[in-house]
Write a protein that binds this ligand. Structure first.
Ligand code: AMP
Length: 552
């Protein structure tokens, strides 16, 4: 498919917001694709590479500004001003390329395979001089595009499609385009974590093909998620009779194959390099040909669990890993086994999966089987819950002993029980550079929740006061590479970081897209382990607001 054809579809999508209409357009687009179907799927979602692919384009807003300026003959200042005015690099690129006077020699239309090859080249550029090479390469790409194409090429290069084609729409479009069951489509997705591949299989092999998709070692599965209960009795009423401590750490999915170990987070990021100690703990204590096991990695010091915050620093760390291993050592509490010696255990019961886990694990100081209480007596479970809280854990997990493992879904097979919290997990989507002593730090963080239907992020307030210098420094370091646009002091950020936020009050407000405003939001902790699609939804906010009004 030519990129131009894709761009026309993207333009049609940008004009609508209704879920059904969007699904119809994506369906039509998928039917138009050839062998490049996986690329179409990926690009519509604004992803230059499939989710399991670790490559990154490494194109910052600045690079884009320079490339657009060079390609169009406008000054960088002009480009920046237009981006600030339109609030969108894509639209700014389109406007400037539309007005561009000089024609480019050797213009040729690019198709998706060529774009993919160019993306590969961009991702491989590193080291000295790579920034300049990236600018030149981006410029060449843009020069081979029409004005409309540059709008979407620019957005794609910045991994920011902004069309709201979320996972739900993609699932439904694949099901519709290739006449397959959406439930089977979603199941296949949770196995391979790539709708591009799922779409190809659905088209070429139909439902039989989707059913045949199995677990792949070294390709992370989407983890099963927990629902919430408010009492141990409620858990028992929901057939959960296994209670485990809810460790406050990082969920780790560990794959073992041919003596090699790889570690994935719940966002499916490969963190093997950052956690050589998990690798070593598994190498020492897990005996099998191959397996996929799951647990919670918790930071410990002198026998005491450290808050998640300490561990989270290790997740994105690229340097001084050995030092981090020493200063923030971990213990891995194992609780599940989804694959063992070539056998897929997803459809077997938790009871039998746990037995499989026990059969391959020799516990040692850093590798522990999560202790379980099995009971259908709420009073007994309450004692366990209280003890867990006293020991400093977050609460308990309540699990159904007979239930299968359902990747990627929040089915009622596992519940979390913790003291009632009104806090929200929100995404940081913008910020402002500080003043005076704080000019070097970002502050006044703009927070957003999620529309569950479109995955659009809806702003809900600004978190400003009460952050310590150390926290500002940390957040600035973390967020700086995500700056997409700067207008005066205020920056728009690529949504990447989830934070848990407390607040004093919640009001209805037209100021923010969510329709709500949080008063005095306060950072409780960073949740680097969370994907942005895991932040709280506007539905939860509706719910909290209703309760809040009732209490007043
Ligand atoms: P939440 O993050 O609040 O949705 O709670 C679910 C998370 O608790 C899981 O994703 C795990 O990372 C974590 N967790 C901690 N201890 C356990 C446990 N014993 N069993 C399962 N999940 C656990």
């Amino acid at each position: 498919m030519e990129f131009e054809t894709l761009a026309h579809y993207l333009e049609r999508l940008s004009g609508i917001s209704g879920r059904l209409e969007m699904t119809d357009i994506v369906t039509e687009l998928l039917n138009k694709a050839s062998d490049d179907l996986p690329l179409v799927v990926s690009y519509v979602q604004g992803k230059p590479f499939p989710p399991w692919d670790r490559r990154e384009l490494g194109i910052a807003e600045k690079t884009m500004v320079k490339a657009i300026a060079k390609a169009t003959g406008y000054t960088e200042d002009n480009v920046e001003k237009l981006i600030a005015k339109t609030g969108d690099t894509g639209i700014a690129a389109q406007e400037l390329f539309d007005k561009k006077v000089q024609t480019t020699l050797g213009y040729r239309k690019l198709d998706l395979d060529e774009i993919a090859a160019e993306f590969g080249k961009l991702a491989s550029m590193s080291g000295s001089g790579s920034a300049d090479r990236k600018i030149r390469h981006t410029m060449d790409l843009l020069n081979n595009a029409s004005a409309l194409e540059t709008k979407y090429l620019a957005r794609l290069l910045l991994s920011e499609m902004r069309l709201g084609v979320g996972e739900g729409i993609m699932r439904d479009a694949i099901a519709k385009a290739f006449n397959v069951d959406p439930v089977l489509t979603e199941r296949a997705y949770s196995m391979v974590n790539d709708y591009g591949e799922v779409a190809s299989i659905a088209r070429d092999k139909g439902e039989r093909g989707l059913r045949a998709i199995g677990i792949r070692l070294f390709r992370p599965l989407r983890p099963m998620l927990a629902q919430m209960v408010h009492s141990t009795q409620e858990a028992i009423d929901n057939k959960c009779t296994v209670f485990e401590k809810k460790f406050d750490g990082m969920r780790a999915q560990v794959h073992v194959k041919d003596g090699k170990v790889r570690v994935f987070t719940r966002r499916l990021d490969d963190v093997t390099t950052q956690f050589p100690d998990i690798v070593a703990a598994v190498e020492k204590g897990v005996k099998c040909e191959n397996c996929i096991i799951e647990g919670e990695a918790v930071a410990y010091r002198e026998g005491n669990p450290l808050p998640f915050q300490r561990l989270s620093r290790r997740i994105k760390r690229k340097y001084d890993i050995d030092e981090m291993v020493k200063s923030i050592p971990i213990k891995l509490f194992l609780f599940d086994c989804m694959y063992l010696n070539g056998e897929n255990l997803l459809l077997t019961s938790l009871e039998s999966r746990r037995k499989s886990l026990e059969s391959i694990v020799a516990e040692h100081g850093a590798l522990i089987l999560s202790p379980q209480l099995v009971t259908s007596n709420a009073a007994e479970a309450d004692v366990f819950y209280k003890a867990a809280l006293d020991e400093g854990h977050e609460g308990v997990m309540c699990k159904n002993l007979e239930a299968e493992y359902k990747p990627g879904s929040r089915v009622g097979y596992m519940y979390k029980l913790k003291p009632v919290s009104e806090s929200l997990d929100l995404v940081i989507v913008g910020a402002e550079w500080g003043e005076g002593r704080r000019t070097k730090w970002l502050g006044s963080f703009l927070l957003a929740c999620r529309d569950p239907d479109t995955n659009e992020l809806l702003e809900i307030g600004r978190m400003g006061t009460g952050l310590k210098d150390e926290q500002l420094q940390y957040l600035t370091d973390l967020l700086k590479p995500d700056i997409l646009e700067q207008k005066g002091k205020s920056v728009r950020l690529r949504p990447n970081l989830v934070v848990e936020v407390g607040y004093q009050e919640m009001q209805k407000s037209p100021t923010y897209a969510s329709g709500y405003a949080l008063r005095f939001p306060k950072l409780i902790r960073m949740r680097e382990d969370r994907g942005i699609d895991e932040c709280d939804t506007v539905d939860r906010v509706d719910d909290l607001y209703a309760r809040f009004v009732k209490k007043k």
